[in-house]
Design a binder for this molecule. Structure first.
Ligand code: 4AD
Ligand code: MG
Length: 464
């Protein structure tokens, strides 16, 4: 391939001025004057396009007709020159065109702006818009920054299983994994026989979280993290819930709640700093197209301390709030998104760790506080979204943990290995789960989770 990447020409243009190059890409816009034609070409290596300037006395009308339709794939040769209109910019005086793939007029991306809803109906093409170009680029950099952060801090990356027999969050929102057909199932005399006859000889599902296996790894490797897909059959049709999402889950031996809070805060700041430093074009794009003040918001997050607020204090604040909430506010009830957003947006105006939730609204594995009512758990809430991290110190005491499981009606036999971690050299340990899509929504200002994934999976919609 003799191609020069378009990002090279845009960034290091002076090194190419006067030189002949070959570029390949897709036509994003084109317009013509009497003597000239202008084509914007994008090859995916940058958010910005390169402008091809075509002298109509050099390239004939028939060729021009073939190479200007939107979406056409081209290989182009020409000479790099400094832009006449854009100071410091570079363009290509193009004189030789090869059409790699024609694009007829029924190509759906003819307009400059399309609604996000419309784009969801063409996921195979929406990646060719500036929005998805920028989003995928940020998603890639954010993922890299997450690995970089944990690797620099000596965490070991472990791959926890996707297929499991346990329900980490205990909410029963598990996608079943089975090889039995409807016909097979109908023949089974009992539910027990049915599971026995299945592929694993027992009930299996897609993981909702890598935490339980992550704890196993942390009890040997000290500091670990997972980064992979997790699945929830939550029937909630909100802009923040997906059935398939990526989760980052560190687990740290010997860490207590304040220690893991520090790690979570520095991780978020690191990710945002990295994105600001490495995706300035994309952040500028999102600032203009999605959220005014985005850059300032992100800079502020990096440079200020996150708040910490006890759940009980949060309830008092919400009770005194001069707002009509849809959901009731009472000690013992879970915070709804409207409550979370009120606290982080209206009261504090910055990210906040809400700590020490009532134990009966949280998962079985969380460390019980001495008050007998609350657990050493925290959610990180951010303006515009609500929860992006669920975090806790884990219950390290065998008796307390097994009792919490019994109270929730869990079958202890299914969690033998997990429980035995509390018998063989148990230590205090803590961890959290960050939803990749949630942090991407926060960083880009994109307000629907369906638009921060290549293909989104949500209840009732297997985007195809
Ligand atoms: O709060 P959650 O349910 O916590 C856990 O799964 C723990 N086991 C994590 C741990 O301690 N290792 O989920 C963690 C995060 C949430 O804060 C949210 O960012 C994201 O995962 N999340 C979702 N993101 C998109 N769609 C959904 N349906 C999500 N459910 C959770
Ligand atoms: Mg949570």
């Amino acid at each position: 391939m003799k191609n020069t990447n378009i990002c090279q020409i845009l960034k290091n243009g002076s090194a190419y001025v006067g030189k002949r190059v070959t570029v390949s890409g897709w036509v994003r816009t084109s317009r013509e004057s009497k003597t000239m034609a202008f084509i914007e070409l994008n090859d995916g290596t940058s958010l910005k396009h390169v402008q091809l300037v075509v002298d109509k006395s050099v390239v004939d009308e028939a060729t021009l007709e073939k190479v200007t339709p939107l979406g056409t794939a081209l290989e182009v040769e020409g000479v790099v020159v400094e832009s006449v209109v854009k100071k410091g910019g570079f363009e290509i005086n193009a004189d030789k065109f090869t059409v790699l793939g024609e694009c007829p007029p029924d190509y759906p991306l003819q307009k400059k702006y399309h609604t996000m809803e419309y784009l969801r109906t063409i996921p195979h093409l929406r990646v060719r818009t500036n929005t998805f170009n920028a989003m995928l680029r940020v998603r890639s950099k954010v993922s890299f920054a997450i690995h970089k952060f944990f690797q620099e801090q000596g965490f070991v990356y472990v791959h926890t299983p996707i297929i499991t027999g346990s329900d980490c969050e205990g909410a029963g929102e598990i996608f079943r994994v089975t090889t039995l057909s409807y016909e097979d199932a109908k023949k089974m005399p009992s539910e027990e026989e049915y599971y026995k006859a299945d592929f694993f000889g027992k009930r299996a599902g897609l993981t909702v979280s890598g935490q339980l296996e992550g704890e196993v790894a942390a009890m040997a490797m000290g500091k670990i993290y997972t980064f992979g897909p997790t699945f929830r059959a939550e029937n909630s049709n909100t802009p923040r819930h997906a059935a398939e999402f990526w989760q980052i889950e560190p687990e740290v031996a010997f860490a207590k709640l304040p220690d893991i809070i520090k790690i979570a805060e520095s991780m978020i700041k690191y990710i945002i700093r990295y994105t600001l430093d490495n995706c300035s074009d994309e952040i500028e794009f999102f600032e203009n197209a999605f959220e005014k003040g985005l850059k300032e918001k992100l800079e502020k997050v990096v440079n200020s301390d996150f708040a910490v607020l006890d759940y009980s204090d949060a309830i008092e604040i919400l009770k005194k709030a001069d707002v009509e909430f849809k959901f009731p506010v009472e000690w013992g009830l879970d915070l709804q998104t409207e409550h979370e957003r009120y606290i982080t947006e209206k009261v504090l105006g910055k990210p906040v760790f809400v700590t020490n939730y009532p134990k009966h609204i949280k998962a079985f594995y969380m460390k019980q506080n001495p008050d007998g009512k609350t657990v050493a758990a925290t959610d990180l809430l951010v303006p515009g979204i609500g929860e992006i991290i669920g975090c806790s110190e884990r219950e390290a005491d065998y008796d307390k943990l097994s009792q919490a499981m019994v109270e929730r009606g869990m079958n202890l036999d299914d969690y033998k290995g997990y429980l035995s971690l509390r018998r063989y050299g148990s230590v205090p340990h803590s961890g959290f789960g960050l939803g990749l899509e949630r942090i991407l929504m926060y960083i880009t200002g994109i307000s629907n989770i369906r638009d921060v994934e290549l293909y989104a999976r949500t209840a009732g919609d297997l985007m195809e």
